[in-house]
Design a protein around this ligand. Structure first.
Ligand code: COA
Ligand code: AMP
Length: 633
């Protein structure tokens, strides 16, 4: 079947399309219908199906006689370790951990926060939650204590699974002090913490609360105490993944169980063109949606081996790291963010290191998470001599909204475009009044409801925010908050966010959250953070601040304090390095800060003088301050 046929088949009968895809999943009780438009806010998928995600990702393959097949390859250049797990070994690790969790009171529906570096135990933890019907919420290791505390308070976990430390090139990141500080700050306290002690930095344990992961799971394994899979409704939540919103309060994107499996399994064969038994590598982190979908769930649902990589594209030890991993593990498809390729290209512009490795198993490179600039895509195509596929998606959807379905026979690549709509997505471009725009005209990108399987049914504990953020502006559509165009051939082009989210090294960050942190500094009267274009990371946050009347601080010293504040509150991942003192912020007459204009000044792109600007002279002051700080020449 071609892409055009698959898309037409879905258009003609969406429910039939997904009912057929659902046959690829083992159900405890198969759903009697694919979709119920009356349930939930915009309908629910597989409303009466009963299933278990861990069964489908792990046990099913063992039961089918594939217990000896490799399931997980842990490759960690930062610890010089490689460990491999077969499906049978994965089953034992996960079932024993699930038993330990059960021993500590975790049952179906309970939330479990996972705050882990890229180690196999992070995947075991996710799958063990799925096994019990517990709802995991993975928090990215680069977030600091306050961000973790916010998520703990919202999810109210019974248990937290964490590790003593993570390893960044050149430094050990002690996780446990951050975890302890987060629990101290949070008003919702977990009963227990299961801590993986890593030898590079052992954590101090709190008696009564903290449990040693290795000891507890080891004891369960030696006693043969293994938990079984718990049946859950297809509409029960599998996980909550917090993502940046317009305020400091992150949004808890809820993923349900059945639809998620059906959609992800479909993508492996059809979008990624991968067969069971092959090796799939998503070089991301379990803390992001890419890690949830394509490090953990999709490859395992499909019976592939997944690579868990604890390293970077460069510096661990060099820009050949990705090629070494592809060679050593016979990786068939690599999925990463364009920023990783920009980093490799910067260090090895000729791609000389590529030739030093055997990439014969490698077929396709997939890029997502941020805009793929044509120069980077062309470089990767030329150096790898393989298809380079850009695809576009969000935490909210869990799988690509647009892409290039390699498994259905690739459509022609257009540089700068993340491809064509996937079956399940009726993508439209509307103006601010909700009217369709002509092909090639910039507008708001929306998706006609209902979202396909795996699309989020709500935000955790925040149904009103769900409706307001996503459904109210364009009734009948899901608002993606991305602006872009669709061309005559139906290709999507993503140009910018319509909210205050910026994309730094493929990481989705809220400038609003950074502003909230800066505003807490006692010397700051007001501030604004914008995303400045960056050749490596796509964007970097750039802060502007106005001090309180009578404050005469050394700007360098104050900048250091503000940078430190963001690092301590949000985390290193915010990559907040620059705060510029300005006498005033440019505003409209109604007092709205003109962030877009400030961003254009910093990027040296053309802008129209905003009609409602209060005092145009302030824009010159901004440019002057940027020049003085060496940001503008
Ligand atoms: N735990 C603790 N700290 C972390 C972390 C983690 N899991 N991940 C990143 N950090 C820290 C980094 O050490 C860095 O700290 P620093 O300011 O002290 O140097 C900071 O957070 C910013 O990290 P990052 O933006 O990733 O920059 P980098 O300079 O370390 O690396 C790249 C740059 C391009 C190599 C890197 O961003 C990369 O590999 N990106 C791949 C893209 C990706 O995985 N995207 C996920 C979505 S698909
Ligand atoms: P996240 O929810 O962290 O995956 O971030 C989603 C956002 O990243 C999207 O709304 C886009 O702004 C951006 N994004 C993801 N993939 C792409 C892509 N292929 N091209 C352009 N932007 C992308």
């Amino acid at each position: 079947m071609s892409y055009a046929e698959a898309y037409a088949q879905w258009q003609a009968d969406p429910e039939g399309f997904w009912a057929e895809a659902a046959q690829e999943i083992d159900w405890i009780t198969p759903p009697s219908r694919a979709f119920d438009p009356e349930q939930g806010t915009y309908g629910r998928w597989f409303p009466d199906g009963v299933c278990n995600t861990c069964w489908n990702a792990v046990d099913r393959h063992v039961a089918a006689g594939h217990g000896d097949r490799q399931a997980l390859i842990y490759d960690s250049p930062v610890t010089e370790t490689v460990r491999r797990f077969t499906y049978a070994e994965l089953q034992t690790e996960v079932a024993a951990l699930a038993m330990v969790m059960q021993d500590h009171g975790v049952t179906k529906g309970d939330r479990v926060v996972i705050y882990m570096p890229m180690v196999p135990e992070a995947i075991f933890a996710m799958l063990a939650c799925a096994r019990l019907g517990a709802v995991h919420s993975v928090v990215f290791g680069g977030f600091a204590a306050h961000e973790l505390a916010t998520r703990i308070d919202d999810a109210a976990p019974k248990l937290i699974i964490s590790a003593s430390c993570g390893i960044e090139p050149g430094r050990i990141v002690a996780y446990k002090p951050l975890l302890d500080a987060a629990i101290a700050e949070a008003s919702s306290k977990p009963a227990h913490c299961l801590i993986l002690q890593r030898e590079m930095e052992l954590a101090a344990m709190q008696p009564g609360r903290d449990v040693d992961y290795t000891e507890a799971v080891g004891a369960a394994k030696s006693a043969g105490r293994l938990a079984e899979c718990v049946p859950v409704a297809a509409t029960d939540p599998l996980y909550i993944l917090y993502t940046s919103g317009t305020t400091g309060q992150p949004k808890g994107v809820v993923r349900d169980t059945g639809g998620h499996m059906v959609a992800l399994k479909w993508t492996m064969a059809h979008h990624y063109g991968i067969a069971p038994g092959e090796v799939f590598w998503a070089a991301s982190d379990v803390g992001w949606v890419v890690g949830h979908s394509y490090i953990c769930y999709a490859p395992l649902l499909h019976g592939c081996a997944t690579v868990v990589y604890e390293g970077k594209p460069v510096g661990t030890p060099d820009a050949g790291a990705f090629w070494r991993v592809i060679q050593d593990h016979k990786v068939a498809a690599l999925f990463t963010a364009p920023t990783a390729f920009r980093a490799i290209k910067k260090e090895d512009p000729e791609g000389a290191l590529i030739g030093q490795y055997d990439l014969s198993a490698f077929r396709t490179l997939f890029l997502a998470g941020e805009r793929s600039d044509p120069a980077t895509v062309q470089w990767a195509e030329a150096k790898l001599q393989r298809p380079v596929i850009d695809h576009w998606w969000q935490t909210e959807t869990g799988w690509p909204m647009s892409g290039n379905p390699v498994g259905l026979g690739q459509v022609p690549v257009k540089h700068g475009s993340p491809g064509v709509p996937m079956p399940g997505y009726d993508i439209r471009v509307l103006d601010d009044a909700g009217q369709p725009v002509a092909p090639g005209v910039l507008g708001n990108i929306v998706v006609k409801l209902p979202l396909p399987p795996s699309g989020f049914p709500t935000l955790w504990n925040a149904e009103a925010r769900f409706r307001k953020s996503y459904l109210e502006d364009f009734p009948g559509y899901y608002a993606t908050s991305d602006a872009g165009i669709m061309d005559e051939d139906g290709y999507v082009f993503i140009m910018a966010r319509t909210d205050d989210i910026i994309n730094v090294a493929g990481h989705r960050l809220s400038t609003g959250a950074m502003e909230e942190v800066l505003a807490h500094h006692p010397d700051i009267a007001e501030c604004a953070v914008v995303g400045q274009a960056d050749a490596l990371k796509g964007q970097m946050p750039l802060g502007f601040y106005v001090t309180n009347a009578g404050v005469a601080r050394d700007p360098q010293e104050l900048e250091r304090e503000l940078v430190q504040l963001v690092r301590a509150q949000i985390g290193a991942v915010a990559a907040f390095k620059t705060a510029v003192h300005v006498p005033r912020l440019p505003k409209t007459r109604s007092g709205k800060v003109l962030r877009g204009t400030m961003q254009k000044i910093a990027d040296k792109t053309d802008f129209k003088m905003p009609a409602a600007i209060d005092d145009p002279a302030i824009l010159d002051e901004i440019a002057g301050a940027l020049k003085e700080r060496g940001i503008l020449r």
